[in-house]
Design a binder for this molecule. Structure first.
Ligand code: GLN
Length: 460
C-alpha cells in the first residue's frame, strides 16, 4: 500500500533520492515468511520506514544531498540502520535533505527541493524535509531524521507530524555522516507520539562504536505514556516569555496558548520560567556548527573521499604555482560542494583561525554554557517547557533562498536544545485557516524523554 502511494504521489513531492521497490518488497516478504513460520518477530516487523540520506546504508547510495557524495555507497550500515534491520523494519528508501544537513528548507539539496504535501508550493522544512514529507504523504509511517539545530523538529512542524530530537548521547551516531559532531542527533519522525516512542525504543542505547553515546539504561518509552496527570503523577509545565518575539506569527502564539490551556485543564501546574539567552543562541550556533563542519568536511577533497574533478588545470592566475594535488582538491571541492556548504566552511575556517578563535569560537562556547545554565535553572522549577517550534508555518519555496540570514533566524526556537544537549519534540497542534500545520515544541531535561513523550501524548 505504501509503495502504491509512493508511485502515485512521489512525482509531485520528490521525497526520495533513492529507492528500490524490489528490495523493499523482498524485505517485506521475508518478514511475512518469518511470521507464517512462527519465528520470533522484531518490534518493527514489517513496518515501512524512510531514512534520511545522511545515514549510511551498506551498498546503497548515501549522498547527503550532495554532489560530493553522489556516487558513495558505504561498505557498512549505521548503527541505527542495523538496529532497524534487526527489529524487522522495511526500508522504503533514502530521502532528501539539505546538503550535509545545512539548511531549513531542503532547497540546498543538490538533487532539487522536496515539496510540502500540504501545499506543493511550500517547503517541507529542513534539513530532514524528505523524511517529514514522506511521513506526511503516507509513504511510510516512520522516518529517521537528524537534528543539529532543529532539522527534525522544524520539518515535523511544517508537515504536521511528530518529530523528536533525543538528548545528546541517547542514540548512536555511528554511520551518521557528521555535520557538527557536538550537536548532531538522530531521531524519530512519525504520525503519533506512541510511534515516536516505539522507534526510540529500537534505536536508543549505548554503542561501543560511538564514544559520545552514553551508557545509560534505555527505559521503555511506551510505558506510562498515557498516564493522566494526578496526585501521584503531577506535571509542571513552563512557559517562556522570551519566546514572544516580534517575529512570532500570531497563529503560532495562539496555538502555544491553547496548549497551555489544555495542560491547565488536564491538571498540570503552569509556571513562568526564563531563558534569557535564547536570542543569542542563533549567533552562538552559527559559529559552533560551521566550525565543526569546516573540520568534519575537510576529508572530502577527491583523494580518498568524495567527488574528484575531471579537470584541475590552473583556473586562475597564480594557480600554476600550486601542486597538481592541491589543484585537484580545489577543483573537486569547488565542484562537489554547493553554495551553503561553502559558506559554512569559510565561516568556520575563519572563526577557528589563529587570532580569531578567542573572539568567535571560544566566545560562542561561553554562550553555549549560559544557555545550558538557563535550562538547568528552568528545569529546577518545571518538568517540561512548552513553546513554538518555528516562528511561522511553512514558507514558500524560494522565499528565503536569497537571504541566508532570514533562513538562519527561523531556527531561533530549536537551536538552544542542541546547544544544551536536551531533548526536544515537535507536535502537530492545529492548522491555519489555509490548512497549514502548526507545531508546538516541548523541551525536557537531559535523558528525560519519558516525561517529554508523556507530556506530548497529553496534547494529542
Ligand atoms: N537549519 C539549521 C542549519 O542550517 C539546522 C540544521 C540541522 O539541524 N541539521 O544549520
Amino acid at each position: 500500500a505504501h509503495l502504491d502511494r509512493i508511485e502515485r504521489f512521489e512525482p509531485s513531492i520528490h521525497a526520495f533520492l533513492h529507492r528500490d521497490p524490489e528490495a523493499t518488497l523482498a524485505q517485506a516478504r521475508a518478514i511475512d515468511q518469518a511470521r507464517a513460520a512462527g519465528e520470533p518477530l522484531g518490534r518493527l516487523a514489517g513496518v515501512p520506514i524512510a531514512l534520511k540520506d545522511v545515514l549510511c546504508t551498506r551498498g546503497v547510495p548515501t549522498t547527503c544531498g550532495s554532489r560530493m557524495l553522489a556516487n558513495y555507497r558505504p561498505p557498512f550500515d549505521a548503527t541505527v540502520v542495523r538496529k532497524l534491520n534487526e527489529a524487522g523494519a522495511v526500508i522504503v528508501g533514502k530521502v532528501n535533505m539539505d546538503e550535509f544537513a545545512m539548511g531549513s528548507s531542503t532547497e540546498n539539496s543538490h538533487f532539487g527541493p522536496t515539496h510540502n504535501p500540504w501545499d506543493l508550493e511550500r517547503t517541507p522544512g529542513g534539513s530532514s524535509g524528505g523524511s517529514a514529507a514522506a511521513v506526511a504523504a503516507g509513504f511510510a509511517p516512520l522516518a529517521l531524521g537528524t537534528d543539529t539545530g532543529g532539522s527534525i523538529r522544524q520539518p515535523a512542524a511544517f508537515c504536521g507530524i511528530v518529530g523528536l530530537k533525543p538528548s545528546y548521547g541517547r542514540v548512536s551516531r555511528f554511520g551518521l555522516v557528521a555535520f557538527a559532531s557536538s550537536l548532531d542527533q538522530i531521531g524519530p519522525m512519525s504520525r503519533s507520539v506512541a510511534d515516536a516512542a516505539l522507534l526510540l525504543n529500537v534505536i536508543a542505547g549505548a554503542d561501543p562504536r560511538d564514544a559520545t553515546c552514553v551508557d545509560r539504561p534505555v527505559p521503555d518509552y511506551l510505558a506510562g505514556l498515557n498516564d493522566p496527570i494526578g496526585p501521584d503523577r503531577p506535571l509542571k509545565v513552563g512557559y517562556v516569555p522570551e519566546f514572544l518575539t516580534d517575529g512570532l506569527d500570531d497563529r503560532i502564539k495562539t496555538a502555544v496558548d491553547q496548549a497551555l490551556q489544555t495542560y491547565r485543564e488536564l491538571g498540570a501546574e503552569i509556571r513562568e520560567v526564563h531563558l534569557p539567552h535564547t536570542r543569542i543562541g542563533i549567533a552562538a550556533y552559527y559559529i559552533v556548527a560551521p566550525c565543526e563542519a569546516s573540520s568534519n568536511l575537510a576529508r572530502y577533497d577527491g583523494t580518498i573521499f568524495g567527488h574528484r574533478a575531471a579537470d584541475w588545470s590552473p583556473a586562475s592566475p597564480g594557480e600554476e604555482e600550486l601542486s597538481p594535488t592541491v589543484r585537484m582538491m580545489m577543483a573537486s571541492r569547488a565542484e562537489g560542494f554547493g553554495a551553503e556548504v561553502k559558506r559554512r566552511i569559510m565561516l568556520g575556517t575563519f572563526a577557528l583561525s589563529a587570532g580569531y578563535a578567542d573572539q568567535y569560537y571560544n566566545k560562542a562556547l561561553k554562550v553555549r554554557r549560559l544557555i545550558r545554565q538557563d535550562f538547568d535553572q528552568a528545569f529546577e522549577q518545571v518538568d517540561v517547557i512548552v513553546g513554538p517550534t518555528t516562528p511561522t508555518p511553512a514558507f514558500r519555496l524560494g522565499e528565503k533562498t536569497d537571504d541566508p540570514l532570514a533562513m538562519y533566524l527561523s531556527d531561533v526556537y530549536t537551536i538552544t536544545a542542541n546547544l544544551a544537549g536536551i531533548p526536544g519534540l515537535s507536535l502537530p497542534f492545529g492548522l491555519t485557516t489555509e490548512r497549514l500545520p502548526i507545531g508546538v515544541q516541548l523541551l525536557a531535561k537531559p535523558f528525560d524523554e519519558p516525561t517529554l513523550l508523556r507530556a506530548a501524548a497529553l496534547l494529542e
